[in-house]
Design a protein around this ligand. Sequence first.
Ligand code: C2O
Ligand code: CU
Ligand code: CU
Length: 544
Amino acid sequence: MLRSVRVRALADFGRGSAPAIEEVFAAMNETTCNRRRFIGLAAGGAALTAFGARGAPSISSSGKSLSPEPSAAFDPDVELELTAAQSTAQLLPGAPTRLWQFTGKVLKGDPQALTTLPGSSLPVIRVRQRQRLRIFFRNELPEESIVHWHGLHIVQKMDGHPMYAIAPGQRYVYEFVVANRAGMYWFHPHPHGRTGGQVYRGLVGLFIVEDDDAQLGLPTGEFELAWVLQDRRFDAANQLVYANNRMDLMMGVTGDRILVNGRPDHVERVAATAYRVRLLNASNSRLYKLAWGDGRPLTVIGADGGLLERPIDKPYVMLAPAERVELWLDLSREKPGAERVLRSLPFSGGMMGMMGSGMGPGMRGSGALANGAAFDVLSVRVDRVAAAARALPSRLSSIPWPRIEEAANRNAPRVIRLEMGRGRVALNGRTFDMTAVAHDEIVKLGTTEVWEFSNAGPMSHPMHVHNLQFRVIERLPGRGLASVYDTMRAGLVDEGWKDVVIVMPGERVRVLMRFTDHAGLYLYHCHILEHEDLGMMRNYRVQP
Ligand code: C2O
Ligand code: CU
Ligand code: CU
């Protein structure tokens, strides 16, 4: 059945000539129909694997644990133990769900440096800028793993590159100084070819760098909320289902249940006051088009790399895998009993959208809910009064943006073509190689560059660059694709520091980045985790 899926008209990458985008869409439409049939057939069959139904095989040790011992010269402010292991949780009525999760404890420093989100087992590391952090990561999983600190500006050996993956039973010692601006970053496994499966099973955590400057007076403590959005598919025995065939991996895995902070049917009980809400899309491949059910705008105050310069109202917010956004949620005019629903609106993201168009709006359908379909994400219920809310500051921060004039290649951006076709995804015709760096993947330490992500394919790709935050400077929509572009553009938060950027079908997105402090080997990749695992990831090297 799967073999009958045809992708012949997709971008013929590596040879330069991309087919017309209409052709690509036509081919994907065909593929989509085949895929729907395939899912229908496979739902009761053996083509999809329920985790735990058969144990994952152990991976033999690569013997590459380069950082097994703590260094005597490093005196940490905060020392943590973080373990990745199998566990279970009661997520749905009936049988508990088998998961893989991070647990940990604080060995030294502020006991609040590692907590879990309220009502959830999702870990939150909370530190301040310039703190020295040591983390003992223990791999108690049945396969290799390594932890990546997403968004952090960090030396190569601490970045969780897949070359540092450790075998079951081993540990990796992280030691680094928190260099990032205040903001919400996160962590997840990054072993090559296994990131999607490991995140899907539950391995994810938040990494919050707290504001130095408390003068802003943004809500804190119980008035600061975090929502981690993920979609999952469960089988009849309440176990997670993850695709194991190439076509599903190509399309990106989506689920038909939305989990917030690891739990279904999230209701946030709040007071009638103002909140700071931090959102992370930790889904493997789902894009959200977030909007309030009553149509009022969302007030955005932060992005991937912390606060914006000033609050901005958006009719909706696009949140691609790995992106974060911070909202100001003012409920001070509400009465107890009031309720607000956060929804994901329908959109057409090229192929993803076409898939969505054929599916109903219901969340509990049989197949996976397609990307682009509409559904409710969570609801916020006011159940108590509170002290008067503070006013939203009109100025949030000032950002010393790099300027385009500083770019060594301002008139000749480094172009990265995002390609899909013939059962493959690639960047400039190449797929991941553990240590390889091509001649055009070397940048110079201390320079500023323009990179252009150029999407010739039929899907949106959230492109991520390790070790830095960048500025989105230009979006050039593809010809004839205004309908796709218009369905998302008003919800893009390009006003802040970013480490992930949505690149829509046909679009070229230019970003400005500075390579500072660390020479070494870092990754750039699509953050649709199935694409990453299929090799839509490459190294770049910062040369001293
Ligand atoms: Cu969040 Cu290389 O990843
Ligand atoms: Cu990352
Ligand atoms: Cu992708």
